[in-house]
Design a protein around this ligand. Structure first.
Ligand SMILES: NC(=O)c1ccc[n+]([C@@H]2O[C@H](COP(=O)([O-])OP(=O)(O)OC[C@H]3O[C@@H](n4cnc5c(N)ncnc54)[C@H](OP(=O)(O)O)[C@@H]3O)[C@@H](O)[C@H]2O)c1
Length: 283
């Protein structure tokens, strides 16, 4: 990948730009709108939001105000945890599209495999939601469908009733958290891995090893993290609401981490935190 518009190719042939702009915790209203405008201005062409982030309206406002042609952008949203059944998922998708003010979505993901609301019948709940997403996909309202936070057992279960296999799994991948078994499982099935929390939700910035690696390249810790993600073959989703950081985080195409530094970063002892067990959460 040499620029933010370079793409991974999904199993259905759809191209997905190699860096996505994260928007979790970007507050709906002026903050999220300005952050997305700044991101589009910086050259991001891929925006990651979710119904659960509560900011789809502002993301949509920013896209509209940017004036950028719809087909030059890649927009992802996610099905909220309360809507895991066929009819609820169809309704939730309509709401997402209304807020985003778009007439098609590039990628729609099931946000969480096992929400607390459906914990005693999550398999059936996911099957219903996926059926709705398959129909929306076949109707041309979504260009690609996928999952997030799914472990192999959740994917195996989904595939018992799925007609169409997920094209993306969005999971926590950051320095020290590489989820190798899950990544291998997805790669064997041609599922692209999106790396959420590439800065460990902000926790990697105090790490001295990362800082000294960054210093050797004359780059920032954030740039090293995004670069590491790309060189691992993940699709990173860096988030910021700070304009200079938004610019910095995408300026990662003019250096290459050595194999030794890649390995050191992969094995950092967990400064970026680890993924949550999706079967044990209270949401
Ligand atoms: N599917 C899921 O379940 C899931 C879960 C988590 C995240 N995600 C997606 O992945 C995206 C990224 O993950 P994340 O939001 O958890 O966190 P992240 O991108 O790992 O880190 C964001 C934090 O780092 C700070 N930051 C960003 N760039 C920086 C820089 N250059 N220097 C110093 N600090 C910097 C941000 O501060 P400021 O914003 O104040 O600048 C913010 O506090 C999310 O926004 C979301 O789109 C998905």
């Amino acid at each position: 990948m040499n620029k933010p518009t370079d793409c991974f190719v999904l199993s259905n042939g759809v191209e997905i730009p190699c860096v996505g702009f994260g928007t979790w915790k970007a507050e709906n209203g002026a903050q999220a709108k300005q952050a997305v405008l700044d991101a589009l201005n910086a050259g991001y062409v891929h925006i990651d939001t979710a119904e659960d982030y509560g900011n789809e309206q502002s993301v949509g406002d920013a896209i509209k105000e940017s004036g950028i042609a719809r087909d030059k952008l890649f927009v992802t949203s996610k099905l909220q945890n309360r809507f895991h059944n066929y009819h609820l998922a169809l309704g939730a998708f309509e709401e997402t599209m209304y807020k985003l003010q778009l007439d098609y979505l590039d990628l729609f993901l099931i946000h969480w495999p096992n929400p607390i609301f459906f914990r005693d019948h999550w398999q059936q709940a996911n099957a219903g939601a996926w059926k709705a997403m398959e129909e929306l996909y076949k109707a041309g309202k979504i260009r690609a469908i996928g999952i997030s936070n799914f472990l192999p057992r959740h994917i195996e279960e989904l595939m018992k009733t799925a007609e169409i296999a997920p094209m993306v799994n969005q999971i926590r991948l950051c320095p020290g958290e590489t989820q190798d078994e899950l990544v291998d499982y997805c790669r064997e099935r041609d599922i692209v891995l999106e790396a959420y929390s590439p800065f460990g939700h902000g926790d990697v910035f105090g790490d001295n090893t990362l800082q000294s690696i960054a210093d050797t390249y004359g780059k920032s810790v954030a740039q090293v993290c995004v670069r590491w993600s790309l060189q691992r073959g993940y699709l990173p989703l860096p988030k910021s609401v700070t304009v200079n950081r938004i610019n910095e985080n995408i300026d990662v195409f003019d250096f290459e981490l050595t194999a030794k530094d890649m390995d050191t970063i992969s094995h950092l002892p967990g400064y970026g935190g680890f993924h949550t067990n999706p079967d044990l959460t209270n949401f």
